[in-house]
Design a protein around this ligand. Structure first.
Ligand code: PLP
Length: 423
């Protein structure tokens, strides 16, 4: 059974979704930019501006969103030449960019160097050597950050990228050797460390413990850098409440423990002036987005109420449970009331099996979902869809075309709908 998104009961949000659906149709994504802005503000308040916030573009590369958030987002993390060009084209400057990713090609490294990307995050020895050769040929010297693959990650992370053989970063136990060999390179020096150990964690204690592990690693290896460390990047790993019974984390509870740890870290003279960066994807944009899909067909099959929707796995792979999860679980969802309706519905709920339009059994958006009566033409809104939605889905499979995407915000008391794509 799936509970509604907490904002379901805010009629203003429902009205906004209804206006958007009438204007842009379905299947579609609607992103509330004001909610992203308040999340950024909440982070700054909780951590007392100890961190610069870096947004991981992979979570949602929507160009209108990037443009509208330009004055609030200090840094962007890109993971391909395409994302780098998108960031520059959206008005961010190269000083604001970090470039992570285990498989950067030489042309992508060249692009990063020539565009002046300020934080290239090196994930392997061979990448470091390629960069050195490339800079030697160009007659320049650069400093880079090194991504560390830590030995341990606390339990509680939905996706765990560390503590085992991994394509991400350099194994913690190899770091001392790597620093020694890096000191022989003439054109590249290591000036920062980056760790992203795991993600989708809703356990505050595990998040605090993970930050503590990061700090231990930064303190151990900072003295091995040729000069002072300029930046340390904390991959946040903080999750969002996709499913019924998921409790959102309280950022202030986390910050209460992390802030003194950061202050203590800075008492270490190697890290006294270091710039602390918090790298975040889903926590910024996930809860700000809704996926809207309309009932195309209804039928019963062997005692089950089946509904077929106009967008499924082709538009929203993650909500079907095929993106970073072992067992599919329903996202929070609700039926969008057709007309203005305040608060709770008194309609009787029924159990539905919700499928997308594709000819594959895995195209299922909901299992035994409790919803009011669903008729052809009704629209379902799926919450927590602002991250890893359209861009993380097999949009070309069976050629239904891309979902529409709209960024909305409230301006002068009115809902503004920006740059609709996919029409
Ligand atoms: C290096 C790096 N940074 C940032 C992110 C964003 O993670 P999330 O959206 O869970 O915050 C990821 C996710 O895979 C990542 O690998």
């Amino acid at each position: 059974m799936t509970g509604p998104d907490p904002l379901y009961f805010q009629s203003e949000m429902q009205d906004a979704l209804r206006i958007a659906v009438n204007r842009i149709g379905t299947p579609s994504y609607v992103y509330f930019v004001d909610r992203i802005r308040s999340r950024i503000e909440e982070l700054h308040t909780a951590f007392g501006r100890r961190f610069q916030i870096s947004y991981a573009v992979k979570a949602n590369p929507n160009a209108a969103l990037l443009r509208l958030l330009k004055s609030e987002i200090e840094l962007l993390d890109v993971s391909s030449g395409g994302e780098l060009n998108l960031a520059l084209g959206s008005g961010y400057n190269a000083e604001q960019l970090s470039f992570s990713g285990p498989g950067k090609s030489v042309p992508e490294l060249q692009l990063a160097v020539s565009s002046g990307c300020s934080k290239i995050i090196v994930e392997s020895t061979s990448e470091l050597e390629d960069l050195d050769a490339l800079c030697a040929a160009d007659g320049r010297s650069i400093s880079v950050l090194l991504r560390v693959n830590p030995q341990k990650v606390p339990r509680g992370f939905g996706v765990n990228m560390s503590g085992r053989p991994s394509q991400f970063g350099v194994d913690e136990e190899e770091l001392a050797d790597l620093f020694r060999s890096a000191s022989r390179l003439k054109h590249v020096s290591i000036a920062g460390l980056h760790i992203y150990a795991g993600t989708q964690c809703l356990d505050s204690e595990a998040i605090v413990e993970n930050f503590g592990n990061y700090i231990d690693i930064f303190r151990t290896y900072a003295p091995m850098c040729a000069g002072a460390l300029s930046d340390v990047i904390f991959g946040s790993g903080i999750g969002i409440p996709y499913h019924d019974r998921d409790e959102p984390v309280n950022l202030f509870d986390i910050a209460k423990h992390v802030n003194p740890m950061l202050d203590e870290m800075r008492r270490d003279h190697h890290l006294h002036n270091v710039n602390c960066i918090l790298e975040i994807g889903r926590l910024l944009v996930g809860e700000a987005g809704y996926f809207l899909t309309r009932v195309l067909r209804k039928k019963e099959s062997r005692g089950k109420n089946i509904r077929i929707l106009d967008g499924g796995m082709n538009c929203h792979l993650a909500a079907c449970g095929h993106f970073g999860t072992m067992i599919p679980r329903n996202y929070r969802m609700f039926r969008l009331p057709i007309s203005k309706s305040p608060g709770h519905s008194t309609e009787q709920m029924k159990s539905y099996e919700l499928f997308g339009p594709l000819c594959t059994t895995i195209d299922q958006l909901g299992r035994a979902v409790e919803l009011p009566t669903l008729d052809v033409g009704d629209v379902i809104a799926i919450a927590c869809s602002g991250a890893y939605g359209a861009s993380a889905s097999p949009i070309n499979f069976i050629s239904h075309g891309p979902p529409r995407e709209a960024v909305v915000e409230y301006g002068a008391g009115e809902l503004l709908i920006h740059d609709v794509t996919g029409v």
